[in-house]
Design a protein around this ligand. Structure first.
Ligand code: AP5
Ligand code: MG
Length: 216
């Protein structure tokens, strides 16, 4: 089962990915989480991309492609995976196609821009795992602490209103055209769903889609 979750920043890709991956026993591959880890660990790549990420710009393709190629060859990806935050541009999708990875589902979660500003200003994350919470809509059991480890939650550097607007503009320009691109290819089932509503109701929408038989 190979799934791509598309959607603007704050659409709930990370939130839904965690649940879907548990349900289907497949790994979640989030390029955003991988890049943030590199920044936190202060690796050479991390130092190079720190400012790009903080400003909401896209990280250069060669870095992303190297990360993805390495990750999808790991044994835990043999039965499938969920891509969260990749591909983000048509050249990235072409690269995925070029390495011969057939996809089953491309699902875009749609949320209006103004709703996203509200969501991201209340987001808190567990840095080590990428687990995501919201002070109002998806709170941790103990305020400020990760449910599984009890470690402190933090806010992301790119969750400032001006940066969020910049990320939204990049999404509309660079990533949204991918939906049409995949629809035209016809090689995977391509669906758009509303990401407005409770976390649980959106999860149900995604699970319903994944019950349909794949194209190939
Ligand atoms: P990335 O980490 O992928 O960020 P993003 O796409 O901007 O998306 P987010 O993680 O902000 O949102 P999400 O959809 O996961 O929402 P979440 O579930 O957290 O990328 C970050 C940066 O890395 C990029 O800007 C770029 O610099 C770089 N990068 C990454 N991949 C790249 C690539 N392929 N190429 C180039 N550069 C790349 O939910 C948001 C909040 O809403 C949470 O607080 C959550 O609790 C809450 N919430 C979730 N669902 C609901 C709901 N139904 N109702 C109310 N609240 C909800
Ligand atoms: Mg995310």
């Amino acid at each position: 089962m190979r799934i791509i979750l598309l959607g603007p920043p704050g659409a709930g890709k990370g939130t839904q990915a965690e649940m879907i991956c548990k349900q289907f026993s497949i790994p979640q591959i989030s390029t955003g989480d991988m890049l943030r880890r590199a920044v936190t660990e202060g690796t050479k790549i991390g130092q190079e991309i720190k400012h790009i990420m903080a400003s909401g710009q896209l990280v250069q393709n060669d870095i992303i492609l190297a990360l993805i190629k390495e990750r999808i060859q790991q044994p835990d990806c043999a039965a499938g995976f969920l891509l969260d935050g990749f591909p983000r541009t048509i050249p990235q999708a072409e690269m995925l196609e070029a390495v011969g990875i057939a996809l089953d589902w491309v699902i875009e979660i749609q949320v209006p821009d103004e709703e996203i500003i509200k969501r991201l200003s209340g987001r808190w994350i567990h840095a080590a795992s990428g687990r995501t919470y919201h002070i109002q809509f998806n709170p941790p059991k103990i305020p400020g602490k990760d449910d599984q480890t009890g470690e402190a939650l933090i806010q992301r550097e790119d969750d400032k209103e001006a940066t969020i607007r910049n990320r939204l503009q990049i999404y509309h320009q660079e990533t949204e055209p991918l939906v049409k691109w995949y629809q035209n290819k016809g090689t995977a089932r391509c669906m758009q769903i509303s990401g407005v509503g409770s976390v649980d109701s959106i999860r149900q929408r995604i699970l319903e889609i994944c019950k349909c038989p794949p194209i190939h």
